[in-house]
Design a protein around this ligand. Structure first.
Ligand SMILES: Nc1ccn([C@@H]2O[C@H](COP(=O)(O)O)[C@@H](O)[C@H]2O)c(=O)n1
Ligand SMILES: C[C@@]1(CO)OP(=O)(O)OP(=O)(O)OC[C@H]1O
Length: 157
């Protein structure tokens, strides 16, 4: 059994939606990022890679590589899922927290769980998506961006 944790941040910039858990969430801004900026998937990737002690998302998909410009973050997550299988593990469960004042995440959480479960080949009940504000403190509190945390448990097959 191995545990992993991931953390990511993206700033808000021009746009009209956010990609979160591969779900398009309507918003009056977008993410500033090299890829599609899916901060939730990026944190999950780092948790999975961390559990395997295989570095972080930037090591596997360098932000300096134009190949990943505007990339759908499902590409990154599918790669991490493949690595789990190659190392003889299955994903036991995933617990995630998004930190932002806006948009409200809770109405979209079930869709994110469903979508991530399909990508990762597990049940939605094995995935938890939570959200909190930072009580208007710090960069998330000022509405400058969003942070995501993820914790995973891998089980030996
Ligand atoms: N972006 C967010 C932030 C919070 N929520 C939900 O609201 C609850 C209360 O948030 P506090 O920061 O005041 O504790 C939180 O537990 C979430 O259910 C949300 O959906 N989206
Ligand atoms: C995902 C990658 C892909 O180049 O770029 P970004 O979309 O900027 O996201 P970040 O969370 O900074 O992770 C680094 C990169 O791997």
């Amino acid at each position: 059994m191995r545990i992993g944790s991931g953390f990511d941040v993206h700033a808000f910039g021009p746009g009209d939606h956010l990609m979160l858990g591969n779900i398009r969430v309507p918003f009056d801004q977008g993410f500033v990022a090299h890829s599609d900026g899916d901060v939730l998937i990026h944190a999950i990737c780092d948790a999975l890679l961390g559990a395997l002690a295989l570095g972080d998302i930037g090591r596997h998909f360098p932000p300096s590589d134009p190949q990943w410009a505007g990339c759908d973050s499902v590409v990154f997550l599918s790669h991490c899922h493949q690595l789990i299988q190659e190392h003889g593990y299955v994903l036991g469960n995933l617990d995630c927290t998004l930190i932002a004042e806006q948009p409200k995440i809770t109405p979209h959480a079930p869709a994110m769980q469903q979508r991530l479960a399909v990508i990762l080949g597990i049940q939605p009940t094995q995935i938890s998506i939570k959200a909190t504000t930072s009580e208007r403190l710090g960069f998330t509190g000022r509405g400058e961006g969003m942070a995501a945390q993820a914790t995973c448990l891998l089980l030996k097959q």
